[in-house]
Design a protein around this ligand. Structure first.
Ligand code: PMP
Length: 299
């Protein structure tokens, strides 16, 4: 399929309070966010006209900015409404929604105290990230980069700069024929994929790394709630890389990836089974529900 560059599409993008034509949503090259990664973003999915756990995403966006030392000049209510306005303007009901906030052009040195904070929101159709391989299972390589400790990088923020090692790691995995990379953390423990959290089934229970140096994903928390509703035991703990040998099922969970089976991690093979299938089906059903119904399940 031919790539359609993201700057050569049609539609509307919300930018600092107004809807602007998609092709006109251009940024000056001397923007602090570009030079110093002073930017935070969200990845959301809309299903049947509702954005799944919208307020949780908006709250994380605001929190991410605060971790980087800036305040997004819009309230959570205004940001939620802007996300919905973008869907409506582009006539989308099922889509990926991408808010991004960044420091502007007033200053272009490391210190950026006087920069204004901007917010833009775009939306586009984006079918399942891993497509048909979601149940068959994808293959992960092991990343050459480690997730840094929380006193080395602002790991609780969905900050653009943290994706730098994700992209190089994903490229390295793809060069070896894998779909994605498993990232270990600074201690050598299992952390996550480059854009989704990870779960491992061991002795019939579900184990997932404690999110102390990577995002505690909204999908991750939804899947944990669904698992517990199914009387499945979920254990959050530090998971050593050597334990990958004894997992029987492995899956990823994230907004873009949804619930996605993993059939291999660097030569270790897994068989997507009952637990992965149940949670994939339950998650697919959950996202179709109204926000009120979703809140009653994941509360
Ligand atoms: N980790 C990383 C690095 C991610 O980019 C994402 C996607 N935002 C996640 C985990 C999962 O987060 P969520 O379920 O909130 O989308």
């Amino acid at each position: 399929m031919a790539l359609i560059p993201f700057d050569a599409r049609d539609g509307w993008i919300w930018w600092d309070g107004a809807l602007v034509p998609w092709r006109d949503a251009k940024l000056h090259v001397l923007s602090h966010g570009l030079h110093y990664a002073s930017a935070v973003f969200e990845g959301e999915r809309a299903y049947r006209g509702n954005i799944f756990r919208l307020r949780d995403h908006t709250a994380r966006l605001i929190r991410s900015g605060r971790i980087l030392g800036f305040e997004i000049p819009w309230t959570a209510e205004q940001i939620d409404a802007a996300c919905m306005a973008v869907l409506a303007a582009n006539d989308l009901t099922d889509a990926y929604v991408r808010p991004i906030a960044w420091r502007g052009s007033e200053m272009l040195a490391v210190s950026a105290q006087q920069t204004t904070i901007h917010l833009a929101i775009a939306a586009w159709p984006w079918p399942s990230y891993f497509g048909a391989e979601r149940m068959a299972g994808i293959r992960l390589g092991i990343a050459p980069w480690k997730r840094p400790s929380p006193d080395t990088a602002p790991t609780a923020s969905k900050a653009t700069g943290l994706y730098m090692i994700g992209t190089i790691s994903k490229h390295a995995a793809e060069a070896e024929g894998y779909n994605d990379a498993l990232m270990l953390d600074w201690r050598g423990n299992v952390s996550e994929g480059t854009g989704a959290n990870i779960f491992l089934v061991m002795d019939g229970d579900i184990h997932t790394p404690t999110p102390d140096c990577f995002l505690d994903g909204i999908t991750r928390r939804s899947v944990m709630a669904l698992a517990r509703r199914n009387q499945m035991k979920v254990v959050e703990r530090h998971i050593e890389a050597s334990e990958l040998d004894r997992a029987t099922e492995v899956f990823l969970a994230g907004t873009a990836a949804e619930v996605c089976a993993v059939r291999e991690i660097a030569g270790r093979h897994y068989t997507p089974g009952r637990i992965t299938e149940t949670l994939m089906k339950d998650y697919d059903a959950l996202v179709q529900k109204t926000p009120e119904e979703v809140a009653s399940v994941v509360a």
